[in-house]
Ligand binder design. Structure first.
Ligand code: SF4
Length: 342
């Protein structure tokens, strides 16, 4: 058999339910007809579980750039000496009012990892305030690893969802990209977030330096270990001021194949198609929706003057506007959801 035939046969076996590591790694190499079949099956799986064919739309507000981690792909911590900020509760509430008025019903509050009791209590108070004003605004928190008590405090304040990515299921690879953390610590935090009652989102990065195809496959297969409501396979984008600045970005086709596999493994999860795909290859965010994704993000929460102070990947990152995203959703044959999907 040629390589193309071998990969095509692997896709058939995967779609028939065979889910071994070696087979999944082969499926990740799909291109041409095999990739089309994989993506068609992923979309069929999504549409069976989300029959209205809607795409969840999230606003993001970067509430603070204070962070105790030192991720090697992130430009934020490299900016030593640059201004650190934490938005006041009034500012968070006012921005939430604004995104709600624009029709958004899902808001993600994101920050660096800062488990100080003062910051977590500050966030809990902000969450309570936003929920008191907009009970139907679904709140996603993305604040890094916290303790069970801290997750409970935030959940009791009214936030419904939490995103905590495991990044890589290989302890060595995880530690090499996050030298200030361990995979065990991150997995324990994921369990704590679940135990506190959050709808949990997690996922991995595709294209990390030193990452093998089998690592990517293992990351995808392990997502079924937890009761996840949101799952992602994000393309690696080296931060321009990060320790990985000279590394090549992740491969777009590999990431799209990973997203399609994720959909088949997690048919009822929300899966994002991110603007970072477009940054590497224009048009790739649309291809993400055609690979089974059903979530897009609008960076319309963070005030313009603070956007440069939150450069996880790059100060040049693409922040698509609503009109562009609406067009993508339409071109993918999907609908713009007016409400949260979970
Ligand atoms: S990626 Fe997030 S957790 Fe890691 S250093 Fe950057 S802000 Fe901190």
């Amino acid at each position: 058999m040629t390589d193309v035939e071998t990969i095509g046969a692997a896709v058939d076996r995967f779609l028939a339910g065979e889910r071994t590591l070696a087979l999944t790694a082969l499926v990740l190499k799909s291109s041409g007809d095999a990739q089309e079949r994989l993506c068609r099956a992923a979309c069929a799986s999504r549409d069976a579980h989300f029959p209205a064919r809607t795409v969840e739309v999230r606003s993001v507000l970067e509430v603070s750039n204070v962070c105790r981690q030192r991720c090697r792909y992130c430009s934020m911590w490299e900016a030593e000496g640059s201004p650190r900020y934490t938005l006041a509760g009034e500012a968070i509430a006012a921005i939430a009012d604004g995104v709600y008025a624009r029709g958004r019903r899902v808001l993600m509050l994101q920050s660096g990892e800062n488990p100080s009791p003062a910051f977590v209590s500050h966030m809990a108070a902000a969450v309570s305030r936003v929920k008191a004003a907009h009970a139907d605004l679904r709140l996603i928190l993305c604040l890094g690893s916290l303790s069970l008590e801290q997750f409970r405090e935030l959940r009791q304040a009214g936030a419904e969802r939490y995103i905590l990515k495991f990044e890589s299921s290989s302890p060595e690879l995880y530690h090499s990209v996050k030298p200030s953390d361990t995979l065990g610590h991150r997995l324990a935090a994921m369990e704590a977030a679940l135990e506190s009652g959050f709808l949990l989102g997690s996922g991995s990065i595709v294209g990390l330096p030193q990452q093998r195809l089998e690592d990517v496959a293992a990351d995808l297969l392990c997502t079924t270990r937890w009761r996840l409501g949101m799952v992602s396979a994000s393309v690696f984008v080296p931060g321009e001021r990060s320790g990985f600045a000279a590394e090549p970005p992740g491969d777009v086709n590999l990431t799209l194949n990973a997203m399609a596999i994720l959909r088949l493994l997690n048919p009822d999860c929300l899966i994002p198609s991110t603007s970072s795909l477009d940054r590497i290859e224009p048009g790739a965010q649309l291809r993400g929706l055609r690979a089974g994704a059903n979530t897009v993000t609008i960076h319309d929460g963070t005030p313009d003057e603070l956007k440069a102070a939150f450069p996880i990947y790059s100060s040049q990152r693409i922040m698509p506007r609503e009109v562009y995203l609406r067009e993508l959703v339409q071109r993918a044959g999907l609908q713009w959801a007016e409400e949260a999907l979970k």
